[in-house]
Ligand binder design. Structure first.
Ligand code: ITT
Length: 219
């Protein structure tokens, strides 16, 4: 059975192909819930994508979290890219810190996997939909949801894998990658100056996908 990477973003699929031999893109714009954490968005998206595809799926929800802006744009990164734009968002971030200070930021990514079956909660969280209506702000952290917390949920189980990469916001450089890559520098190089393999080796998505690939290979 093929694994489908459900996304409207071809840049994500290019990166995923580095990790997963048997992944095929499925271009479907699944309905996204509005939440302040990436975990619930990825979990909801994975269920929607699985119901649509009818075979095993992964989705990922990613965002840029700028420290001086209190984590903005975070889960709203897509909206902000389409409205403010990458360059202006970068400029706002750099102006929010003192002249000599570094505009620190992090990219975060949560990969959600759903195949209709159940799985154990550890080492990474499982979302069974039981958190709807609760405060969803802080539940996309790396900490595993405990079995006690997930018991009683009645929705399709989704396995979540988180990846984070620290960096700084700089004036745009490079023309590779996509989205905010030109303004995100990690160890002196922007993501847009890296090729897909170099970006994957350190990126939020690469880290989340590496965890997923290890777990999936055992499954
Ligand atoms: P799908 O939801 O269809 O997968 P999307 O591009 O809307 O595609 P996200 O909601 O996860 O995906 O992305 C949120 C925003 O963050 C969006 O503006 C992306 O361009 C940006 N983004 C995500 N991953 C990125 C990365 O690795 N490098 C740069 N920008 C990224």
């Amino acid at each position: 059975m093929t694994l489908r990477y459900v996304t409207t973003n071809p840049g994500k699929v290019r990166e995923a192909e580095e990790y997963l031999d048997e992944v095929a893109a499925l271009d479907y714009d699944y309905p996204e819930v509005q939440a302040t954490g990436l975990g619930p968005i990825a979990a909801h998206g994975a269920r929607e994508a699985y119901r649509y595809a009818g075979e095993p799926v992964i989705v990922d929800d990613a965002g840029l979290f700028i420290e001086a802006l209190d984590g903005f744009p975070g889960p709203y990164s897509s909206y902000v890219e389409n409205t403010l734009g990458v360059e202006l968002t970068g400029r706002v971030a750099r102006e929010a810190v003192d002249e000599d200070a570094v505009a620190r930021a992090a990219f975060r990514c949560v990969v959600g996997y759903c195949d209709g079956d159940d799985f154990a909660a550890t080492p990474e969280p499982v979302d069974r939909g039981e958190r709807r209506g609760q405060d969803l702000a802080a539940d996309d952290r790396d900490t595993a949801t405990t079995d006690a917390q997930v018991a009683g949920g009645d929705d399709l189980p989704v396995k979540l894998f988180t990846g984070v990469v620290p960096g700084r916001i700089v004036a745009p450089r490079g023309d590779g990658g996509f989205g905010y890559d030109p303004v995100f520098e990690h160890d002196g190089t922007t993501f847009a100056e890296m090729d897909a393999a170099e970006k994957n080796a350190v990126s939020h998505r690469g880290r989340a996908l590496a965890k997923f690939a290890g777990w999936f290979a055992e499954r």
